[in-house]
Write a protein of this length. Sequence first.
Length: 375
Amino acid sequence: MGFKIIKQMMLVIGLSSLPFWAQSQSSDGSPLCSNANIFEKIMDQVCWSCMLPFKLSGVGGDVPDGAADQKLLCLCKDDNGVYKPPGVPLGYWSPRRLIETVKVPWCSPSLGGIRLQDSIVGMGSRGGHKQQSVSQQKAFYQYHYFAYPIMEMLSIFVVPECARDQYIDFDLLFLSEIDPTWNSDLLAMILNPEAAIFANPLGIMGAAADCAMITAGKSNLDMFYSGGCDGLMYPMTGNVTGGGQVARNTSLVAQRTLASLHRKGMVQRTMGDDAMCETQYSPMIPKSMYKLSAIYPIPEADSNKVVSAPVRDSEGNPEKNADGSIKMRDLNVNCCHNLGESVHKWRGVTGETIPGTGEDYVYLLFQYTDCCLTR
């Protein structure tokens, strides 16, 4: 009997001496924390075409809603308040951040599948299927927010005059596990009291209209409370109701991540006339300033699809042909998507989810920047 107790004690001591990432497995031996291999597949997982279009002195492709006016010249002041020589305005997209959404707290696929802490407090869930009750459809995800300035890391297309970011390397910026408001809808209302106004059936109706507009290629910055086809921005927590659609759930969590960080002042606006020379605080998320591209578990850069969508007017209403039928157009699906765009457009009807390890997502965030080139 004594020998058996000694063996059990030795087993406990041996397990406790293992590094914490070696313990990230479930009882059946399956990994609880998967590895996204973001550095090994940087060339084929990154949607390089999402950096286009860019605009120089009013010449180039379309710009997002809320971007700076198209002018030939621009002016900025130096640190002493003296105007610099006239420059030319530049607007461009660049990959800036990673957002990973995970069910297992402290799990980081972007860091090779390690767990930053051996704790399961705040364990999440993917939610049930639509046939189940509403409570079973609820899902919860933690998030981790990384600096991932690929262009600076590769020393490609670096414009010092347009530098709006102090980060030049891969770095962990924030974790939801240390944010008490991320787990509680009630606590989240302390920072976001307007949730009482928007998190209701009227807000859901607005989100439906916003969904149609975003999917048709239009956006409305005034609808900051809407996550488009993904749902509502409020409450700004990891609690979502998605009927088991993992891609949609994680996309909404990524949107709420950005909205929450904007409210905390940790993320600033880099587009618009007043942001040409320096970033501006924006307590409400400017949705058109961002694009997402899933790089794990299934890289969105692998997609090459064409879908049909209604042609809509400026208010989001479908236009009709002479015979009364809805006017349709074919859309080439890019390897990145606007915030709130229909998950069926960028992830397919089935959601293309890998059971188990594929329920955690890693998104690459593209950010639009307006700046003034003075050299």
